[in-house]
Design a protein around this ligand. Sequence first.
Ligand code: NAI
Length: 301
Amino acid sequence: MSELRFDGRVAVVTGAGGGLGKAYALLLAARGAKVVVNDLGGSFDGEGADSTPAQKVVDEIKAAGGEAVANYESVSEWESAQKIIQAAIDTYGKIDILINNAGILRDKSLIKMEIADYLKVIEVHLNGTYFCTKAAFPHMREQKYGRIVSTASAAGVYGNFGQTNYGAAKMGIVGLMNCVCQEGARYGILANTIVPTAGTRLTATVMPPDVVEKLKPEYVAPMVVYMCSEQFQESGKIFTAGGGYFSRAAVIEGQGVFFDTGAEVTPDMIAEKFDQIKLLEGGREYSSATEQTGVVLSRMI
Ligand code: NAI
């Protein structure tokens, strides 16, 4: 098996001062990539700032013979997000890989959640991913090459109690990447989403210490790094990784039921056919909204 290499490639990893982002940055650098290690360095719930975590990761990469530069800007504002991408351009002349990973948590049930905690989580995860992607895209388009991996969560894809802000942001990121995939296709820009599971300071709030210890971020990093490689050719896909488990998740649409559009369709007719309407057996995955609409139009009665 030949080793996947990133020599000559430039990567930006947001939130790379610890946890998963650090594991991605270390592995990419070990495989030859020049890495912008971005991290605001705040608390797990997004308070404060500290340049130490990003700088430490850069020191570790350099000590191992790799190339990296630290950046301490926040992903959550357009102006600062542009500076993160600009750090790659100024230091290394380009950007080939963007890993949108920075994140915080502010968990509370829907009723108890402050509006500020909803907005803050959306700002960091969804807006941060949008801003960094928007800033990186023109550079990738010009060179006709790019790999973007953004971070969703099982909390968004499948739901989780107390995480309405986080779940909304994370599933929003899936929608964002589905569209970036369409816009990037003709320029060699691939956009995918990772759903990780790892013991980090974020999950330490909900997982027992021995599970946190076992679920090392290093078990997620190989998948994400592969998704950033030239060899990887998928786009618009969701992959999961964690604890030695790797898989693909997708939105599946059932075969559905077609009624005669020339006649009235009543709620009672829907109720009568509902068992068939909700069936997923024989269903399929669509690669774009256009494809899905095309199939519906072609089958209209
Ligand atoms: P972590 O807390 O160790 O890492 C997140 C990093 O993002 C921190 O170093 C933090 O300082 C940085 N950050 C926060 N706000 C920032 C901002 N505005 N700008 C720049 N950097 C900022 O947590 P972990 O677990 O490594 O999380 C990484 C990503 O993976 C997050 O997006 C998280 O939501 C996601 N995730 C993690 C899961 C897990 O099992 N650990 C599960 C599902 C998703």
